[in-house]
Design a protein around this ligand. Structure first.
Ligand code: MSP
Length: 639
């Protein structure tokens, strides 16, 4: 093993266990995993943390809607997340759940510390709240009743609450962004945050009292701690801060918090301010990556357009998926996922370039030299060129990895792979092997190909450790540990005995695969529905209905009926009360702001004591009921 270079602490966001994770979530974890493996291989003492963010209103609402206890609900989803990381061979050192006692107690200690510093006071919160993002917004930040981050409708919140003196840290935060360019990257994110802080920071509401799924405020148990304060603390509670500080002292400050672009604000404004308040060091760097999008926009459970990584892993293997995610997308930018782009990468880069290079080389060493790697005998310009590319790759990979440019790092490795394939075409070993050929030259070629492949097996290890292992088995290197330094030398393969193995990656019939994937990823729920219709009606019956567009101003549960929601709906200048039996399918919060279709001339009637004047249109969709909205209403997604 390489000599230890120091510690390296890297974290992913902790995921909401609101539903199964999709390929977008795996993107960040795969990047963090590759970096952790790369740093371990380069000699660092690495700590890699991931976990789940289990409290908050959103999770509580979802569990309630499903009629299970919140704890039961999160336990099941978290088991699934852990299973996914096992399938993907994610090499985390610790997995923290925010419902674990170790976390709960430490968050309360953290709250106390900030309180004792004089940075927490009690007041009344009046403003807006976005439940899917679990974030507070002021009147001026809200755009047309929608969350400025996710575009979904926000709800009014008015409650007694504790506040954190975030405004006190405004200047120090600005100084941090302006004078420490490394702290937040990429540059675009840094500029966004400078702008955000310059607009002025309000004190932050850090407790809620209208629901109870959270960590209790230690000095006032009516309140639960705001879920982001709870969640951000995981990066140090998992290290034992404050009561068991051994790991904390070893690994804090973190080297990298890897996060998606929409949560950069929490990690670079709220989190540093909390740490400043506690007089603790700040993380060295926060990196905001882009999103994986589908052609129709962001992946979202409710749009039914999520890509399940397990389907892809079952079919193509975990290494192929990791390679694709790391190679295809540019760090920091959004990228569009399509099955076709993925399949092409797998075919061209993995099956053709890498797979063929290995199988051809092993086959030739067996055929022309009895399966043993010969010594090199002399060297000409072509040999030197290959050698230069081979030993020149590792420093370039290091350089790109140090900038989190996974795609460029992999591209450097493929420059070598493609160079080696070209070397076979240039040197034509099958001609050198003929009777009138040149055995010495042939030995050199076989030797150089084996060396190049050995180097590739080291370089790809952080990204695709299984493939690296399979390559090393075929190259006869199964008994040797992978050492990063070995990528810098070109003289280790003489005498090794190769062994033919299975193709690393099968060649895919892209059209057939596209068809198969489509079948597996769809058809969507709608297409699966068996229609059981009511009896036919004539046009005249239909024509009696007066449809109007309305906007839901408020929504609340009916005080006397669990299944009913009471809406105040605005239609033109008129405002009316309409009651619908959809409380099992929708929370009041998600309905506010929607543009809906109203049956406006339905005879008014009383429902459990309250008058309902008209009807909102809902439609059956398999297991669930959907609200009919106008095209103008695009705010109805719930991840
Ligand atoms: N629980 C918070 C994070 C708290 S960290 C102290 C949270 N959870 S999340 O589950 O909604 O998102 C976790 C991460 O997944 C975020 O970094 C987010 O950007 C990322 N992604 C979710 N969908 C994604 C894509 N489609 N593409 C790439 N990353 C995406 O936020």
């Amino acid at each position: 093993m390489a000599e230890k270079k120091g510690t390296y602490y890297i974290t992913t966001p902790i995921y909401y266990p609101s539903s199964k994770l999709h390929i977008g979530h795996t993107y960040c974890t795969v990047m963090a995993d590759a970096m952790a493996r790369f740093k371990r291989l380069s000699g660092y003492d690495v700590r890699f943390l991931t976990g789940t963010d289990e409290h908050g209103q959103k999770i509580q609402d979802i569990a309630k809607n499903k009629n299970v206890s919140t704890q039961e609900y999160v336990d099941e989803i978290v088991d699934g997340i852990k299973e996914l990381w096992k399938t993907m061979e994610i090499s985390y050192d610790d997995f923290i759940r925010t419902t674990e006692t170790r976390h709960v107690e430490r968050v309360q200690e953290i709250f106390k510390k900030i309180y004792e510093k004089g940075d927490i006071y009690k007041g009344e919160y009046e403003g807006w709240y976005c439940t899917p993002c679990e974030s507070f917004w002021t009147e001026t930040q809200v755009e047309d009743g929608k969350c400025p981050d996710c575009g979904r409708p926000v709800q009014k919140a008015k409650e007694e609450a504790y506040f954190f003196r975030l405004s006190k840290y405004q200047d120090r935060l600005l100084d941090l962004f302006e004078n420490n360019a490394e702290f937040l990257q990429p540059e675009t994110r840094r500029n966004e945050m400078i702008k955000f802080v310059k607009q002025g920071l309000d004190d932050l509401c850090i407790s809620r009292s209208t629901f109870d799924w959270g960590i209790k405020v230690p000095m006032d148990e009516k309140h639960v701690i705001y879920v982001w304060l709870d969640a951000l603390s995981n990066y140090i509670t998992a290290l034992g801060y404050p009561d068991d500080p051994e790991l904390y002292e070893k690994y804090w400050p973190a080297d990298i918090h890897l996060v998606g672009k929409e949560i950069v604000r929490f990690h670079t404004v709220i989190w540093p301010a909390m740490l400043m308040s506690m007089d603790l060091p700040l993380p060295k760097q926060v990196l905001g990556h882009g999103w994986l999008l589908l052609e129709g926009g962001k992946m979202s459970k409710s749009k039914g357009n999520v890509v399940d990584p397990v389907v892809l892993i079952d079919r193509y293997g975990v290494d192929a998926l990791k390679y694709f995610l790391l190679r295809e997308y540019t760090f920091g930018q959004d990228g569009v996922y399509t099955n076709e782009v993925m399949l092409r990468r797998m075919n061209f880069d993995l099956a053709n370039d890498l797979g063929n290079l290995l199988s051809r080389t092993v086959a030739m060493i067996q055929k022309y030299n009895g399966g043993f790697v010969p010594d090199a005998k002399g060297s000409n310009e072509t040999d030197e060129d290959l050698k230069e590319v081979a030993i020149g790759a590792a420093p370039k990979v290091e350089e790109h990895m140090n900038k989190f440019q996974y795609s460029l790092a992999l591209e450097e490795i493929w420059v070598l792979i493609r160079r080696a394939n070209k070397y076979i075409d240039e040197t034509m070993p099958w001609v050198l092997a003929k009777e009138e050929g040149d055995k010495e030259k042939l030995d050199t070629v076989l030797h150089n190909l084996a060396e190049s492949l050995r180097i590739v097996s080291v370089l790809i290890h952080p990204f695709m450790h299984n493939t690296s292992g399979k390559m090393r088995k075929q190259l006869g290197l199964w008994y040797k540990e992978v050492e990063w330094e070995d990528a810098f030398t070109f003289d280790m393969m003489s005498g090794e005995q190769v062994a033919k193995g299975k193709q690393l990656f099968p060649r895919l019939d892209i059209d057939k695969e596209l068809e198969e994937l489509e079948k597996m990823q769809g058809p969507s729920e709608e297409e699966n529905i068996e229609l059981e219709l009511k009896p036919e009606i004539v046009y005249d019956d239909f024509d009696k209905i007066d449809f109007r567009v309305g906007t839901i101003l408020t929504a609340e549960k009916h005080p006397k009926a669990d299944k009913l929601l009471v809406f105040q709906v605005k239609m033109g200048t008129e405002k009316r009360q309409i009651i619908s039996g959809v409380a099992e399918d929708f929370t009041p919060e998600e309905m506010v702001g929607k543009k809906v279709i109203v049956v406006a001339n339905l005879k008014p009637r009383k429902l459990r004591g309250l008058e309902s004047k008209g009807m909102l249109m809902f439609a059956e969709n398999g297991k669930r009921c959907e609200i009919v909205t106008t095209i103008a209403d695009d705010g109805c997604v719930v991840d």
